[in-house]
Design a protein around this ligand. Sequence first.
Ligand code: IPM
Ligand code: MG
Length: 352
Amino acid sequence: MNFTLTLLPGDGIGPEVVSEAVRVLEKISSKYNHSFNFQERLMGGCSIDKYGSSLTDETLADCQASDSVLLGAVGGPKWDDPNAKDRPERGLLALRKGLGVFANLRPVKIHPALVAASPLKAEKLEGVDILVIRELTGGLYFGQPKKREMRDGKEYAVDTLEYYDYEVKRIVQLAFELARGRKKKVTSVDKANVLESSRLWRQVAAQIGSENSDIQLEHMLVDTASMKLIANPASMDVIVTENMFGDILTDEASVLAGSMGMLPSASLGESTVGLYEPIHGSAPDIAGRGIANPTGTILSTAMMLRHSFKLENEAAAIENAVDETISAGARTADLGGKLTTRQMADEIIKHV
Ligand code: IPM
Ligand code: MG
């Protein structure tokens, strides 16, 4: 089959990890007879430098017209001025919104050989296999009003946490569908004891729960969920939650896996054009040194093959190759090893 992919390597270590993921896709294309046509575009700080905008209309249109988008990471100290007109992160949010990818899937699994790399006790990590589904195009990130102004001589700022019922419905429904292929359990995370938006969230989730009695639904407050994730992570399976809660909980959950560098993500919407990216950031401290772990980005391409292209065997081939590579002892610096980004990718490619 034929696919056009837009590559948005972005800033910091983004270009280093994306180019290795492309090599893995090239191996897949020769082994399974697909053709991937890559078009590279700027997004983030690099796009501000070149075009004065973190995401241009042309780049968004190219992403929308392609079959899928692979992103590295955006941001860095160079673009951190709080008074700047544009920021790399704005481009990322506009891209998510522009692609309509309302569901961000962040799976957290721990390879048995990496248990020692996690700060948690080994016995807590046994059997951990979590899928966090984070709402990605609503909530505090996009709600209006969102602004700063002077009010009665005082500086004032506001962000708005808003949700429509349909936004909750479509993501909770997706959580139920995905739970059906797993342990048939969904934990819906909210703050319904305080927030009106969470009371709507819980009401909609409960309604979907009553229509899908084959799936066990539990509601959990976000503070409790953050504790459970560390105290008893093996008790969690599918977690579905609003944008900001999901942002925070997924960074916390990533600690379980030993290194953020291991973890992929997929952002999906109504169309098949998905946005795939590792969950780590641009890591300016190690950028340009060729030592970043490419695994999270490589595993993101596996999610792309599965969710956007429906190529389950090819996706599994990448995931198995990563498992075997880790089992064989290959480690980048974040995991206490010595392999470079290129060498780690070479090992994974050998196992595909
Ligand atoms: C993430 C990141 C982004 C977010 C930032 C870079 C805007 O933290 O993807 O989790 O908050 O969504
Ligand atoms: Mg985050």
